[in-house]
Design a protein around this ligand. Structure first.
Ligand code: ADP
Length: 651
């Protein structure tokens, strides 16, 4: 009967703490409507039953309202026991079922309309009709059965005329009829989602408790007749019922706590047993739905320095429905991740409803959302969020459960990520070893081959041929040395142990030497444009030479023979610039941002050209250590221009 829990304590609402004893207004209103209904039927009842006074009913109605608001007991997900049921029965009996039941029908209908109007309703119209109808019918039939007993003289003995017998007959037949109607509804699957067969035993049990609790009261009150004093009677009834409710509440809370503890334990065991990330996500989603039921569930992951958060939405079956990327700090999730605090959101009545990026889009917006940050140590690695279309769907104990699940999930996800990155590192290590081995093996093989040739030519007295072979051996040995130096430089850079010595450097002479060296070696045409009055730059001559040489060697490697490689040197008031342009393969726009990464190589088109992917990485590091930068402009198939900018003054 009551659809809302009242014991929700304090909640954080969009960062603001509000006491949630402020029940949704529609819920309170509906209770008052029922209470007022009780008052409204007084004249009729008082006429029918003179011993029942106005004051009796004021007390009953007031108690009923208070009980509805403060003592509703949640007996399971989605099912409530409310003491008002007991009070209702009392005035059914006392008020002569028909009048009370008709009034009950009216007030229920008004309450339902009020809730529906305020969007707080969570009963289908059909069920609301059934809920009212089966009680009205039960009361009518109960009264009818009682009347038959008396009018037909079935019970001839004078004792049967006693009001206790009448009340008992009425009570039992009312109970029997209502249970019969409910059973028929469940068994014929009358289409009420609220009347699921697993709830049926509970419903019958509560009906039985409600009947057997109120019947003795009704009897005592009737027997005492006009002698009863409203105050003491109401106090006794009130204290007794409040006691019963509190005990029930405690019991229900204990049971829930126990169930939640077991569930959290189970989730912990399950998620720690898997290292597969997507499997992990689905286990977290499915298992948490058993303790914290949700209409939408997602896991958000925030990479360490990424400006975005990735959100993965899951279905009830644990499969991924959609992924979304939102800016860091956006939405409730962003807030939970940046503050590291649990966020509970309740859409207030009349409020437009949130239109956050972290809710699953669709016609229905969630009314209740809880976002629990996933913390690993003092770092927040993401968050999990449950969303429900029901208002006030989550209790404080469920917030705690979600936080515990989030903490366990954080450890499991971090483990799975570590495992995945360890795997990735292993693959990269293997690739690196095979690349280095390959890069060394080729020149070494030719060194060995040419050494044999030298030996052969020398023994044949062919000194010029032997000398030619010696040149090749030297060049191959240089390649190996260069590779070794690159590897050493890059690992020093990674470890932060790479250093440069800044001295006034003449870039003009650096560039000219390199151009001259390459001009003799390849079939490319070199053009050199050097501005007059080019100033010296503070820099490490050897390292800057290494950068320019690397750019020139790339220009030669990635362009066809006979094409032009132009080197230009110029300056402005703040910097000196050196550009190396070629008319070669070029680089496609999506690869451009990656070419300065360590070990990155553009394979397509250039796959026959050998390399390690270290040159540009080292070059950029060196230029940056000089306080400058390196830029590239390129078009696939047309060529590339790499430009180094070096500040004229040392920092
Ligand atoms: P490597 O040349 O040893 O592969 P680099 O770090 O020097 O390594 O270059 C990284 C990648 O950038 C190369 O694999 C190549 O695909 C691309 N690249 C560099 N320079 C050029 C260029 N002038 N033209 C086309 N592509 C280039």
């Amino acid at each position: 009967m009551a659809e809302f829990v009242t014991d929700v304590g304090e909640k954080t609402l969009m960062g603001r703490r509000v006491p949630t004893s402020e029940m949704p207004r529609s819920a309170v209103l509906s209770r008052w409507v029922i209470g007022l209904g009780g008052l409204m039927m007084l004249p009729a009842i008082t006429l029918l039953h003179p011993p029942i006074t106005l004051r009796h009913f004021i007390v009953f109605a007031t108690f009923m309202v208070l009980a509805e608001v403060f003592l509703a007991v949640r007996v399971g997900p989605g099912s409530f026991y409310s003491v008002s049921q007991t009070f209702l029965f009392v005035y059914f009996v006392l008020g002569g079922g028909v009048a009370a039941a008709s009034m009950e029908a009216v007030v229920h209908f008004i309450a339902w309309l009020a809730q529906r109007f305020r969007r707080g309703v969570n009963q289908t119209p059909l069920f609301a009709l059934f809920d009212i109808g089966h009680r009205v019918l039960g009361a009518l039939l109960g009264a009818f059965v009682t009347a038959i007993f008396f009018s037909t003289g079935v019970l001839a003995h004078p004792i049967s005329q006693h009001p206790v017998v009448a009340l008992t007959i009425f009570g039992v037949s009312y109970f029997a009829f209502t249970v019969l109607f409910k059973s028929v509804a469940v068994w014929t699957r009358a289409g009420f989602p609220e009347m699921r067969s697993q709830l049926w035993p509970k419903t019958v049990l509560w009906d039985a408790i409600s009947t057997s609790t109120c019947l003795p009261f009704a009897i005592v009150i009737t027997l005492l007749g006009g002698a009863i004093r409203v105050g003491p009677a109401a106090t006794v009834i009130g204290v007794f019922l409040a006691g019963v409710c509190l005990i029930l509440k405690l019991n229900v809370n204990l049971r829930q706590g126990n169930d939640e503890l077991k569930a959290v334990n189970r989730i912990g065991t399950l998620i720690n047993a898997t290292l597969d990330l997507s499997q992990l996500f689905s286990i977290i989603a499915i298992e948490s739905s058993k303790v914290v039921p949700w209409d939408a569930f997602f896991i958000a992951l925030a990479e360490k320095e990424s400006p975005t958060i990735q959100i993965i939405f899951m279905t009830k079956g644990g499969t991924e429905i959609t992924q979304r990327t939102i800016p860091r700090g956006a939405g409730l999730t962003g807030r939970a991740i940046s503050t590291g605090e649990l966020i509970v959101y309740e859409q207030q009545e009349r409020e437009q409803g949130i239109d956050e990026e972290d809710t699953l889009s669709g016609k229905r917006r969630p009314r209740s959302i809880v976002v629990a940050p996933m913390k690993f140590g003092d770092k927040v690695i993401g968050a999990i969020s449950v969303q429900s279309f029901q208002p006030f769907a989550y209790r404080p104990s469920q917030f705690g459960v979600l936080q515990t699940i989030a903490a366990q999930a954080a450890i499991a996800i971090r483990n799975a990520q570590l495992f995945a990155s360890e795997e990735q590192a292993r693959v990269e290590r293997d690739e690196f070893f095979s690349l280095v081995t390959h890069e060394i093996k080729n020149p070494l093989t030719s060194v060995q081959g040419y050494a044999d040739i030298i030996e052969m030519e020398l023994s044949g007295g062919n000194v010029p041929e032997a000398q030619q072979a010696v040149e090749i051996v030297k060049s191959e040995a240089r390649k190996i040395l260069r590779l070794m130096e690159d590897l050493l430089d890059s690992s020093k850079m990674q470890a932060g142990k790479f250093s440069i010595r800044k001295e006034p450097t003449d870039l003009k002479s650096v560039v000219t030497t390199i151009a001259r060296k390459y001009d003799g070696r390849t079939d490319h045409t070199f053009t050199l444009k050097i501005a007059d009055d080019l100033p010296m730059v503070p820099g490490d001559e050897t390292r800057l030479g290494q950068v320019v040489e690397n750019l020139v060697s790339n220009a030669v490697k990635y362009s066809a023979a006979q094409t032009v490689v132009s080197i230009t040197l110029w300056s402005d008031s703040s910097a000196v610039y050196c550009s190396v342009a070629d008319k070669g393969l070029g680089i496609s726009p999506e690869k451009l941002p990656l070419i300065f990464e360590r070990f990155y190589r553009v394979e397509e088109g250039g796959s026959e050209v050998k390399g390690t992917g270290l040159g540009l990485f080292i070059s950029r590091e060196i230029v940056r250590m000089h306080g400058g930068d390196i830029r590239v402009k390129s078009r696939a198939g047309e060529g590339s221009v790499f430009t180094i900018e070096l500040p004229r003054k040392a920092d």
